[in-house]
Design a binder for this molecule. Structure first.
Ligand code: IMP
Length: 178
């Protein structure tokens, strides 16, 4: 059933059940790949908070999780840069990092963030994203753990918002044009 958020209509797109399957699949891969290791998960706020929470409950290896909030500043040009506005409270030097992101769109946010992280010399960086808009990606980055590749459409729910609303939806919904 379509739902209304502010001035827009959204239709169901990826069910709670399918999301849960993807989360469990990704967690098993990470549990296997990092069996002998102690990774540090870095979840990117706000959008990844629900994905990170559900995924982390399925992680059964010794590990830590921390959260960062990134803000992008756009000038008069369309090119933007990204800064960390809420920093991490854990040292990442020589750590194995797994970044948790809700959606990779242009890839700009993660590309800039990864460059920042590399300066602090972690031993490795892996990327885990629930969604990837492959066609919209202008800054290609290798996504090591991915839930779904989606077309270039606007989605809400499961942590993703439209102007701040819709994050609490259990299913992911897509924007209905017109
Ligand atoms: P990127 O830097 O273009 O890859 O942007 C990634 C960020 O844009 C995500 O973390 C989301 O916060 C936001 N974003 C991109 N696409 C969507 C969408 O379809 N719905 C809601 N937020 C989105």
């Amino acid at each position: 059933m379509d739902i209304q958020i502010l001035d827009k209509k959204f239709a169901p797109y990826i069910t709670e059940e399918k999301i849960n399957d993807a989360v469990c699949r990704i967690a098993s891969l990470i549990n296997a790949d990092f069996k002998e290791k102690t990774p540090l998960f870095i979840a990117i706020l706000n959008g990844a908070f629900i994905f990170a929470s559900d995924l982390y409950k399925e992680i059964n290896i010794p590990s830590e999780i921390t959260f960062v909030k990134l803000s992008s500043y756009r000038g008069t040009q369309s090119s933007g840069n990204v800064t960390t506005s809420i920093g991490m409270d854990v040292s990442i030097k020589d750590r194995e990092i797994i970044i948790l992101e809700d959606i990779v769109d242009t890839g700009k946010t993660l590309t800039t963030f990864i460059e920042e992280l590399k300066k602090e010399e972690p031993s490795s960086i892996r990327i885990c994203a629930l969604l990837h808009k492959q066609e919209a990606t202008t800054h290609p980055i290798p996504i090591d753990y991915l839930g779904f590749t989606i077309p270039n459409l606007f989605v809400v729910g499961y942590g993703l918002d439209y102007n701040g609303f819709g994050r609490n939806l259990k299913d992911i919904h897509q924007l209905q044009e017109g």
